[in-house]
Design a protein. Sequence first.
Length: 457
Amino acid sequence: MSWISSVDYERRTIWIVDADRGDEKRFVVHTDEIPTAFVELNRQFEAPAFCIDKPGNILPLSLPTQRSESGRGRFSREPFSFVQACSRTINQSGNRKLMKTKTSLTRNSMNLSPLRLAFLLIPLAWFALSPQARATCQQGCLTSQNTVLGDDALISNTGGDDNTAVGYNALFSNTDGSFNTAIGFLALSRNTGGDDNTAVGFTALYLNTTGVQNTATGFAALQVNTTGNFNTAIGQQSLQDNTTGSNNTATGWSALGFNTIGESNTAIFYNTTGSANTANGTVALFNNTTGSYNTAVGDDALDDNATGSYNTAVGKDALGANRKGNQNTAIGSLALDHCKGENSSGNIALGNGAGTTLTLGKDNIYIGNPGQMTEANTIRIGTTGIHAATFIAGISGAAVVGDTVVVDGNGQLGTVASAARFKKEIRPMDKTSEAILALKPVTFQYKTTAKGHRNLA
């Protein structure tokens, strides 16, 4: 950017216009009876302009930016042509935008002395010869260890240090942010005061303003982040919709792509406000929206989860159908993969296919057992037809006090109830008692049993 000025010989009026002589726009000062500055446009853009009068007052002017707006007069296309007529026929489709002062110059500037005309040409020559007027694309090492390469890259910087901007409008709005690296079209373009950010890719961290220590690599990664901090997004559109969420890590295409304000998440696709989630695997926790404190490791693990929290799924499709259930633990491929009831919480499944049959139920424990479709508060270990023997250490030789434990034909454990209400056909033993007594039954007490409790044998 540079400045272009027009001064009359009596120093009554000065034009100052933000000037850019790129291929698509240029400013020209035309002076005759009334000093006029016009701009030729090939595209829509914005440009500030000011008129400073003799007492030194700065008067803001408005410059039309729409090509459909025609100027008051149309001038010759030759830049800095002072010898041609001031005004010509208005062209409604023309692309020149005019600005005029209200202070007249001499009626014929060509009749001025060469010395007076020189005062007018000095600022124009300064503009034409300025390096930034000759080349729109900024490049080089600036002050304060800043490095730029690209059209308007880091163009607004005032106090920022140690920034690197490569690409069209990279770090365009940065004023005092420092230690930022922006590589790509519009990368970190809206950043103003954010520090220690790294954006590599088309529109990466585009809307970031004051967020710090974010890393975005890939097309549109962390694109709309504004004030979120300590985020890492690697992959196309990863963390694309994140605005204020912090401490998120997204690796892969569209990972955490819909997260907006959720924090401390690791790679979840549709997450919006959920926090402290961890997902590692293709579409793991894919549909999570507000669920928090979930851990999903494996392809499709917890992929249907939306609002459920405190779930742990390790293995392909583990807890794959869970949507609202909480505090479930599934370790193993297909573990609890059909469990989807709203109240299906507190279940534990260990092993390949453990609890895979369960659709609705809570507080069940399955170890190597597929479970039942609907049940609660049940423990199942092993699978009928597969496991033929059971060995449990710590039982043999360990004396306990209590009722006898029995196993029914289905493998269910239980005790024999002794109360009369559980029995029928109760009869006296008569002479059978004599046969039992002939065996000389005894009473005894285990050495490890509390004193006073005796057993019969």
